[in-house]
Design a protein around this ligand. Structure first.
Ligand code: SF4
Ligand code: SF4
Ligand code: SF4
Length: 273
């Protein structure tokens, strides 16, 4: 596989200032956080936070965001191709293709994608690694904003080398492994830390085998006709239902209160937040 872009988060440098969170909010006009019953704490990932800081005991801060898996389960699970792995590395979401099934939420091993439960026409939201900035020769907004260089951008090869250099040159400071180097097939967002980050995965010990391989291994045991008919009926139901809702919303909405780059043209938020 050719080299891809990546992010390295060093938890020992993070002060929890959340400038990265603010920069992401500004870049994507995410607005203020809205407490909503389906989400946990307001500081959790949400439709208004594509990245956040997990605060652990003893001033241990861990930046949370999509890992942009090398073999993403969300892409594998999406029947309509709304989740896609780009050639550059980031995993992106196309709202215009999404049928709202939320399989991507169910299969993500890191519990990353969120659903806009508080919208009349909800979509999935998550970090895109600022793919538009990258394609324009820039770097992600959150990286640019970090005053501590606790989060840095580069190619995966150079960031893996940098991560191993930090571990080797600071004996006893870091855990011996680079989180994301191999887990579940590897990720484009890497971590070095002084403590275990196993808590970041939904289930511990997920191993190094990519989830899509396991998903399809299990699916292959289901008769193909059942899969085809079931998938087709589900898809037709959701696509038709979603289009009807969108058409209905388009006539109801008077004036958009904000825009989201990930939304199809012509759709709008419902005015909350
Ligand atoms: S972390 Fe989850 S949402 Fe992000 S690419 Fe991996 S499977 Fe997809
Ligand atoms: S890479 Fe971009 S989308 Fe992802 S958390 Fe940073 S600013 Fe937000
Ligand atoms: S801006 Fe940097 S130091 Fe501040 S919370 Fe984000 S990653 Fe940590």
């Amino acid at each position: 596989m050719s080299d891809t872009v990546a992010i390295l988060n060093d938890t020992t440098r993070c002060t929890g200032c959340e400038r990265c969170v603010e920069a992401c909010k500004e870049e994507y006009e995410l607005g203020r956080d809205r407490p909503w019953r389906e989400q946990g704490a307001v500081s959790d990932l949400s439709s208004t936070r594509h990245t956040t800081i997990i605060r652990r005991p003893n001033e241990h801060y861990v930046r949370q965001q999509c890992r942009h898996c090398l073999e993403p389960a969300c892409v594998s699970a999406c029947l309509v191709g709304a989740m896609q792995k780009t050639p550059e590395g980031p995993v992106v979401y196309d709202a215009s293709k999404c049928m709202g099934c939320r399989y991507c939420l169910a299969v993500c091993p890191y519990g990353i994608p969120r659903y806009e439960w508080d919208r009349r026409v909800p979509y999935v939201t998550k970090c895109t690694m600022c793919i538009d900035r990258i394609r324009d020769g820039g770097i992600p907004a959150c990286i640019e904003a970090c005053p501590e260089e606790a989060t840095v951008f580069g190619t995966r090869t150079e960031l893996l080398a940098e991560a191993h250099r930090r571990i080797a040159e600071n004996p006893g400071k870091y855990q011996p492994e680079v989180f994301g180097e191999r887990e579940i097939g590897g990720t484009a967002v890497l971590y070095v830390s002084d403590r275990s980050l196993d808590f970041l995965a939904w289930k511990p010990d997920l191993g190094n085998q990519p989830l899509p391989e396991r998903t399809w291994a299990a699916l292959h045991k289901v008769p193909p006709l059942m899969l085809g008919v079931g998938g087709l009926m589900t898809g037709v139901y959701w696509v038709v239902g979603r289009r009807m809702r969108l058409a209905s919303e388009a006539t109801l909405e008077i004036k958009p209160s904000g825009t989201d780059r990930q939304r199809p043209t012509g759709e709008s938020h419902d005015g909350q937040g």
